[in-house]
Ligand binder design. Structure first.
Ligand SMILES: O=C(O)C1=C[C@@H](OP(=O)(O)O)[C@@H](O)[C@H](O)C1
Ligand SMILES: C=C(OP(=O)(O)O)C(=O)O
Length: 407
C-alpha cells in the first residue's frame, strides 16, 4: 500500500517517545533465554524483536525470523548450543541472500552441527544442537559484526568460555562493544585487545538483573533529518536517551552539527534544534554506523548539498542493496548519485521533483529515510508498513509532529 506525503511543516516543541533499541533488545532477549534472572525494561516494539521473542519461546522445529538479521545470526549460535533439539532456521527470501557462512564455519570450529538446506553459505539452516566443546575460533571480521556478537552472546555459557581472533578490518565495531558492555552488565568478564576477544564462562546469575534498554538511536536519525530540513528555530524532544550510549548511531548528534542541528541532553531525553545554516558533509566514514547512511544521504539531498560517504561496504548485504536503492530513488527525485562497492557521492542539486513514488524494497530504512522530504515536496512511499521492522509507530509519530499524509 502507498502512503501519500503532503508537503508539511513541523509543529514546534513536540515530544516523541521512541521505542527501545532493537539491537540492545535482541541481545538482551537472547541473554534472558540463557539467564532467566534477567529482566528487561523498554524493550523494542519492532517486528525484529517480536520475532526474536517468539523464536526463543517456540518449540517448533521450523523457526522463521523473516527479515531480522540479528535474529538470524544470534539464533544460529543459540540453537547450535541447544542439545536434544533440531531446528530449521529460515527467513524471508532476502534473508536467504544474506550470507551467514562465516558464522556457521566459526560455530563448526567450536563443535556445532549445522547444514545448509538450500545454498551453501546462506539460510535456511538445519541446526542440530550440541555441546560445543572447543573454545578458540578465528573468523573474518569485515563482513558483519553480527557474526561476532552472536558468538559472544553464547560464549559465557560455554564450558571454557571463548577466545575469538578477528581477521582483517573490524566492521561495525560499536555493535561488538555493545555486546561486550551488556555482557559486563550481567557480570561476565571479557577483554578486547587488538584483534582478540576473550569471554570467561558464567554458568549462572546469582541474583536478578534489571536492565533498561535505551531508545533506538537509528530511529532518532529520522528526527535529526526532519530538523535539519526545517527552519532555524524548530525543535523536537525525543526520549528516552542518554549521553553515554551503547549505540554507535548516537554519533548522529555530532554528524548533524554540520547540518546546523544542535543536540541538548536533558535528564532522560534529547532536544534536537535547528540552530544554524547547514553546510556540506564532504567526507564521512560510516563504517562504525552503517544504518544511518540512508538518512544522511537523503538529508543532504533535501538540503541541496553535495555529500561523500565512505565505509559503506556492508550496505549491499542488508535488507536490500542499499547503495543501489539510494541511487535509484534519489535519481528519481532529480538528484545525481555515484556509487562504488563502499561509497556514495551525491552532487549538489537545486530542486526536488514532485509526486515521485519511492520504492522501499522491503527495507524499513528506505521508507523512513525518504519521509523527511515531505518538508520539501509531495511524495509517495510505497509499501509504507515496512517501517515496522524497527519502528512500528513511525507514521503515527510523524503525524503528531505535523507531517500530513493520506493513504
Ligand atoms: O548487531 C547489531 O545489532 C547490528 C549490527 C549492524 O550490522 P553489521 O554488523 O552486519 O553491519 C547493523 O547494521 C544492524 O542493523 C544491527
Ligand atoms: C541492517 C539492519 O538490520 P538487520 O541486519 O538486523 O536485519 C537494519 O536495521 O538497518
Amino acid at each position: 500500500m502507498n502512503l501519500h506525503l503532503h508537503k508539511s511543516t513541523i509543529t514546534n516543541h513536540k515530544h516523541v517517545q521512541i521505542t527501545g533499541s532493537k539491537s540492545e533488545s535482541n541481545r538482551l532477549l537472547l541473554l534472558q533465554a540463557l539467564y532467566p534472572e534477567i529482566q528487561i525494561e523498554n524493550i523494542s516494539q519492532s517486528d525484529d524483536s517480536q520475532v526474536m521473542q517468539q523464536a526463543l519461546q517456540s518449540n517448533h522445529k521450523i523457526v522463521d525470523i523473516h527479515h531480522a538479521g540479528t535474529a538470524m545470526r544470534f539464533l544460529t549460535a543459540y540453537f547450535a548450543t541447544k542439545q536434544d533439539r533440531e531446528t530449521k532456521l529460515t527467513g524471508s527470501s532476502r534473508m536467504k541472500e544474506r550470507p551467514i557462512g562465516i558464522l556457521v564455519e566459526a560455530l563448526k570450529q567450536l563443535g556445532a552441527k549445522i547444514e545448509y538446506k538450500e545454498n551453501d553459505g546462506y539460510p535456511p539452516l538445519l541446526i542440530t544442537g550440541q555441546q560445543l566443546t572447543q573454545n578458540k575460533v578465528t573468523l573474518k571480521a569485515n563482513v558483519s559484526s553480527q557474526y561476532i556478537s552472536a558468538l559472544l552472546l553464547i560464549a559465557p555459557k560455554l564450558e571454557n568460555g571463548l577466545q575469538l581472533t578477528l581477521e582483517g578490518t573490524i566492521t561495525s565495531i560499536p555493535y561488538i562493544n555493545m555486546t561486550l558492555d551488556l555482557l559486563a552488565q550481567i557480570g561476565v568478564e571479557t577483554s578486547f585487545k587488538d584483534q582478540v576477544i576473550t569471554v570467561k564462562p558464567l554458568p549462572e546469575l546469582k541474583e536478578k538483573k534489571h536492565l533498561v534498554v535505551e531508545s533506538d538511536w537509528s530511529s532518532a536519525s529520522y528526527y535529526y533529518s526532519l530538523i535539519a530540513l526545517s527552519e532555524i528555530g524548530t525543535s523536537v524532544t525525543i526520549s528516552s536517551y542518554k549521553k553515554e550510549s551503547l549505540q554507535g548511531d548516537s554519533v548522529l548528534a555530532k554528524i548533524y552539527k554540520t547540518f546546523g542541528v544542535s543536540t541538548e541532553f536533558n535528564k532522560n531525553s534529547v532536544t534536537i534544534s535547528k540552530t544554524s545554516k547547514a553546510t556540506a558533509i564532504t567526507n564521512l566514514d560510516l563504517q562504525k554506523a552503517p544504518d544511518i547512511a540512508q538518512t544522511i544521504a537523503v538529508t543532504a539531498f533535501g538540503l541541496g548539498l553535495p555529500c561523500h560517504l565512505t565505509g559503506l561496504h556492508t550496505l549491499k548485504i542488508k535488507e536490500t542493496d542499499r547503495l543501489v536503492a539510494l541511487k535509484t530513488e534519489i535519481e528519481k527525485l532529480g538528484g545525481s548519485v555515484t556509487i562504488t562497492n563502499d561509497s556514495l557521492t551525491l552532487e549538489a542539486s537545486t530542486s526536488i521533483l514532485k509526486d515521485v513514488q519511492i520504492e522501499t524494497y522491503n527495507d524499513h530504512r528506505m521508507a523512513m529515510a525518504f519521509a523527511p522530504l515531505a518538508l520539501k515536496t509531495d511524495l509517495i512511499i510505497k509499501d509504507y508498513m515496512v517501517v515496522s521492522k524497527s519502528y512500528p509507530t513511525f507514521w503515527e509519530d510523524l503525524k503528531r509532529l505535523g507531517i500530513n499524509y493520506t493513504l
